[in-house]
Design a protein around this ligand. Structure first.
Ligand SMILES: Cc1cc2nc3c(=O)[nH]c(=O)nc-3n(C[C@H](O)[C@H](O)[C@H](O)COP(=O)(O)OP(=O)(O)OC[C@H]3O[C@@H](n4cnc5c(N)ncnc54)[C@H](O)[C@@H]3O)c2cc1C
Length: 390
């Protein structure tokens, strides 16, 4: 295998949304960047595929809400650069019991940061959203910034713009070995490359890449069933009827969220924010299916609260979350090799934030001061990580 003589400023492993936005920022800043992806693009084996994702500013934590300002601007910039619509504002309706502390915290963050929102009593909810059947005592919080991102289109747009800016995207090349050092050497199934810095954004495969580098992060990979439900009256839960995204906090052990019918006409997406633990190589393997429980939870939810939808899913697609114990991201340098940067553990909420994540990973890889306080995202917060894992 002949070594390539070119020296890259940075190599990024993984062309999911986080790797793409990292390469985008590197290329925007005139860095020589190589983005490596194990599968041929586009693919549906990771966490970033599919038609849609929710975007919102509403978070319990100020630090995510603050990052979202820049994210909205960068998503809009990408739309202009790619000449494609990637975002549609729909508003996002949080539903929870009046005394739900999470709902109160989110509302406090929105108020503190001056973000347009509205609190809705049970009476107002019934008037405004006749297609939803509410539980007694349930109230609403409407995040006016909420909307939908077109995920597959966004990835296509990003890869197009990265190439336009001079970045190189190589798909169908799996990274099989990393030799730390300056430069760092990266071997794929096809070639060997060298770079001054390396960014690892390998989603559910992160620990497979990190183990030979002497570190194992506390990540859990979950299989998520992405369910679409047919409208009894076409259009009744659709974006064209101004139906919002919804996020129900209290009616199941984990959140349930929905996106108005848009990508598949006549079908609304309603999903459970949890799933079974799974090896990423076996996500779609029929032998490991034991996932009916979360679909049953959704069937009950749809039957009881969205009476205008048929109560069994019409379409089921699959995706993966890679969760950390506190569900906050990992954005940090490898504890031993400071020119190896890690972006991982996006815990089912990383898509909307990818513009800011990519910027921070670019900054870490170029040894620039990060634009955000990275304390919540440091590897060292997992104090129980034993020496054997580092
Ligand atoms: C069903 C579902 C719904 C979601 N909804 C939302 C939402 O509404 N809002 C939101 O903000 N977020 C949402 N998310 C979360 C968001 O989609 C993820 O946080 C994000 O896509 C993670 O991106 P990633 O780049 O880290 O991972 P991935 O997309 O998995 O990318 C990792 C890439 O690395 C590649 N790779 C791995 N190993 C190698 C190797 N050795 N060599 C080369 N390449 C390699 C993989 O093939 C893959 O392409 C949702 C996720 C799911 C699954």
């Amino acid at each position: 295998m002949a070594a390539q003589t070119d020296l890259w400023d940075a190599i990024v492993i993984g062309a999911g949304v986080q790797g793409c936005f990292t390469a985008y920022h590197l290329a925007q800043n005139s860095k020589k960047v190589l983005l490596l992806e194990q599968f041929l693009l586009p693919h549906s084996r990771g966490s970033s595929h599919g038609q849609s994702r929710i975007i919102r500013k509403a978070y319990p934590e100020d630090f995510y809400t603050r990052m979202m300002d820049e994210c909205y601007r960068t998503w809009a910039q990408l739309e202009r650069e790619a000449g494609a619509q990637l975002h549609r504002r729909t508003e996002l309706l949080f539903l929870g019991m009046k005394e739900n502390p999470g709902l109160k915290t989110i509302q406090a963050t929105l108020s503190r940061q001056g973000i347009d929102h509205e609190c809705l009593s049970s009476v107002h909810l019934k008037q405004r959203f006749p297609n939803i059947r509410f539980t007694k005592g349930e109230v609403g919080l409407l995040d006016k910034t909420g909307g939908v991102l077109y995920a597959d289109k966004a990835l296509r747009a990003l890869q197009h713009v990265i190439r336009q800016l001079g970045g190189m995207v190589c798909d169908g090349e799996k990274v099989v070995e990393i030799r730390p050092g300056l430069p760092v050497t990266v071997k794929t199934t096809l070639k060997s490359y060298q770079a001054n810095s390396l960014v690892i954004t390998a989603g559910p495969w992160t620990n497979r890449i990190l183990r030979p580098l002497g570190i194992e992060l506390p990540l859990q990979t979950l299989r998520i069933n992405v369910c679409y439900w047919r409208e009894k009256v076409p259009g009744s839960y659709s974006v064209s009827q101004a139906f919002p995204c919804i996020l129900s906090l209290d009616l199941a052990p984990h959140h349930i969220y929905g996106l108005p019918a848009s990508e598949y006409p006549g079908l609304m997406k309603v999903c459970y924010h949890h799933g079974d633990s799974v090896d990423p190589e076996e996500r779609d393997c029929p032998k490991t299916f034991s996932d009916i429980q979360d679909v049953q939870i959704l069937c009950h939810f749809v039957k009881d609260h969205l009476p205008g939808l048929r109560p069994e899913p019409d379409i089921m697609e699959r995706c993966m979350y890679t969760n950390t114990p506190d569900e906050h991201f990992i954005l940090d340098c490898h504890p031993k090799y400071d020119n190896i940067v890690i972006g991982a553990g996006f815990s089912g909420h990383g898509f909307k934030l990818a513009p800011a994540v990519g910027k921070v990973l670019y900054e870490l890889s170029m040894k620039l001061p990060p634009s955000y306080d990275l304390a919540p995202f440091r590897i060292s917060r997992f104090s129980k990580l034993s020496k054997a894992h580092l």
